[in-house]
Design a protein around this ligand. Structure first.
Ligand code: SAM
Length: 256
């Protein structure tokens, strides 16, 4: 799937808030290297840098467009290309921070388990993932993909994201390696200008794999039908704006 730093950053404040909330739960760290996994355009990396300015921090991402934006944003921080499905830090880390990336990786529980082994004792694995596949914003994408006008473009299923495992699965998998582990959900309610703003939001993330596979004319028809779904599903508030409900799952584990 392709990414656009510019599209993603249209909602920078809203998208960065969970990264801030995740960072707030990280205890003081022993000495050692920090990594921002799936660093995107560097918004989460900047928060980590501000909290731990004396540490060696590296951002890792698989997308060149995102890495270019991150390097422009934080000129003194290292950013490297890597695929988290197989990436391991060159030396044991004290922080592996991952805001809004592991939802894209199949069987990420196994990856998180493996990454726990790459932390020094007292180091922290901190992960946040959108848990929003049942929200109308995402159910509408799937419904439309089954529509006869579009279904032929989605035959290989590459647009699909797996649902997150239940919270208990993270605890079951990571507890033995942790001296402390917390798993929780936070539901954010983002008040956006209108239904078009919701479409703009998901064009930066979840809608991208659905749009990527469509030829231009089908893309326009799909987008217009999608907007109709979103208008129905998110009626205006008293002030004319709309409320985007956005559940997110957090995991913070301190290595034993
Ligand atoms: C939603 S953005 C999150 C950006 C930033 N961490 C934040 O807090 O807003 C997800 C990022 O994960 C990256 N990504 C997705 N799959 C990846 C993979 N397998 N390996 C490395 N990065 C990946 C994407 O390129 C994108 O920049």
């Amino acid at each position: 799937m392709s990414w656009s730093a510019e599209q993603y950053m249209k909602f920078e404040d809203e998208r960065t808030r969970p990264a801030r909330d995740l960072l707030d739960q990280i205890p003081n760290l022993p000495d050692g290297p920090l990594y921002d996994l799936g660093c995107g355009p560097g918004n989460s990396t900047e928060l980590i840098h501000d909290r731990f300015p004396a540490y060696l921090l590296t951002g890792i991402d698989s997308d060149e467009n995102m890495l270019t934006a991150a390097r422009k944003r934080l000129t003194h921080t290292r950013f490297e290309k890597g695929d988290l499905a197989e990436w391991t830090p060159p030396q044991p880390a004290v922080l592996l921070f991952a805001n809004a990336v592991f939802q894209w990786l199949p069987d990420h529980l196994a990856i998180l388990d493996r990454l726990m082994d790459q932390l020094i004792p007292g180091g922290t694995l901190a992960v946040q993932m959108p848990d929003n596949l049942d929200e109308p914003s995402h159910a509408s994408m799937r419904d439309l993909a089954e529509d006869a006008r579009f279904s032929k473009f989605y035959a290989n299923g590459s647009q699909r994201r797996d649902p997150l495992p239940a919270p208990a699965a993270y605890l079951d998998r990571l507890t033995a390696k942790s001296i402390k582990i917390d798993v929780w959900h936070t539901i954010y309610y983002h008040r956006l200008a209108n239904a078009d703003a919701i479409v703009e939001w998901v064009k930066g993330t979840g809608l991208r794999p659905y749009l990527d596979v469509l030829p231009p004319d089908a893309r326009e028809t799909y987008l217009s039908a999608y907007l109709d779904h979103i208008r129905d599903a998110y009626p205006p508030l008293a002030d004319g704006r709309v409320l985007l409900k956005f559940p997110r799952l957090f995991v913070v584990a301190v290595k034993r």
